[in-house]
Design a protein around this ligand. Structure first.
Ligand SMILES: *Cc1c(COP(=O)(O)O)cnc(C)c1O
Length: 282
């Protein structure tokens, strides 16, 4: 299996990362997951743009241009013969020895980045049957818009949900639903689609961006406002979205079944529109 390591194509198991890397010390870096369908990247440009914004927010200068990374990713897909899968990418601020908290002058460090592929199939069973979620407190930091390497908050929330016997955590901060442990979350009430607006409390999902576009283009009413926990008893549908799940229905929250416990009509409609949009993007 090949990987990209600082722009070079090398076998993945030949990648070595120094213990002095700031990604290892501090989680000082960013990541992206780009979906590959039929050997082609889906929405690469949007992923890159988000990476660029995140890099600016953490004062990291990307050591490549968009087209360069795109070419490297394409090379990787070809070499690894990825038909259906994902590209996992991460970049860290690089090496400073000895360990120091202060962000070093960018001239004194070189960011380190890598990318590799993971073959995956569309999770059709989950997309059809849905998942069971629990609402727990969002204890993450206040820069959730940054796709940071440090995912401790997300991991702990998923762990708490799993320990309680649920598939995922839906997070709430001050009584408003933000997102799920690794995806954006959506609700339907009175045929209106609700999701949290972008901002510092949620990750601006690329899948979310696409769903918003498709929903609006197809005449669905969309409301980007924070959804209150107290409104949960009114919902008729709920689903989560990210590049790997695409659109996965949530069929119950804290043991309370949503509507008839099946994937709802609007969720199903969006799933179809989403798949169609992948096909037409090729
Ligand atoms: C990456 C991520 C998302 C959205 O993912 P996309 O693949 O861009 O749609 C949502 N929430 C969290 C916490 C994430 O890490």
């Amino acid at each position: 299996m090949n990987a990209i390591f600082n722009g070079q194509l090398i076998p993945k198991d030949e990648i070595t990362i120094s213990p002095d890397d700031r990604g290892y010390h501090f989680g000082d870096g960013l990541y992206e997951v780009v979906r590959v369908y039929d050997q082609q990247m889906f929405m690469f440009s949007e992923h890159f743009d988000r990476l660029k914004v995140g890099a600016e927010k953490i004062h990291l200068t990307l050591p490549f241009e968009k087209h360069e990374l795109q070419e490297q990713f394409q090379q990787l897909i070809q070499k690894n013969h990825v038909s259906e899968g994902e590209i996992y990418f991460q970049i860290s601020r690089g090496i400073v020895s000895p360990r120091q908290h202060l962000i070093p002058n960018s001239k004194k460090t070189t960011p380190i980045y890598l990318a590799y592929t993971i073959p995956i199939e569309r999770p059709v069973a989950m997309q059809k049957n849905g998942i069971r979620a629990t609402v727990i407190e969002d204890t993450r930091w206040l820069h959730c818009d940054i796709k940071s390497l440090s995912l401790i908050g997300n991991i702990l929330s998923l762990d708490e949900a799993a320990r309680k016997g649920f598939d995922d955590a839906i997070l709430q901060r001050d009584g408003k639903i933000t997102e799920a442990s690794a995806s954006n979350v959506w609700f339907v009430v009175d045929d209106i689609l609700y999701t949290h607006p972008d901002g510092n409390l949620v990750l601006p999902g690329i899948t979310k961006m696409q769903i918003l576009k498709l929903a609006r283009a197809n005449g669905l009413k969309v409301c980007e406002t924070p959804f209150s926990v107290t409104q949960l008893d009114k919902i008729t549908e709920c689903f989560i979205s990210n590049s790997i799940y695409e659109i996965v229905p949530v069929i119950s929250i804290d043991g309370k079944q949503i509507a008839d416990g099946q994937c709802g009509a609007i969720t199903k409609k969006l799933q179809t529109l989403y798949i169609d949009s992948i096909r037409t993007s090729h």
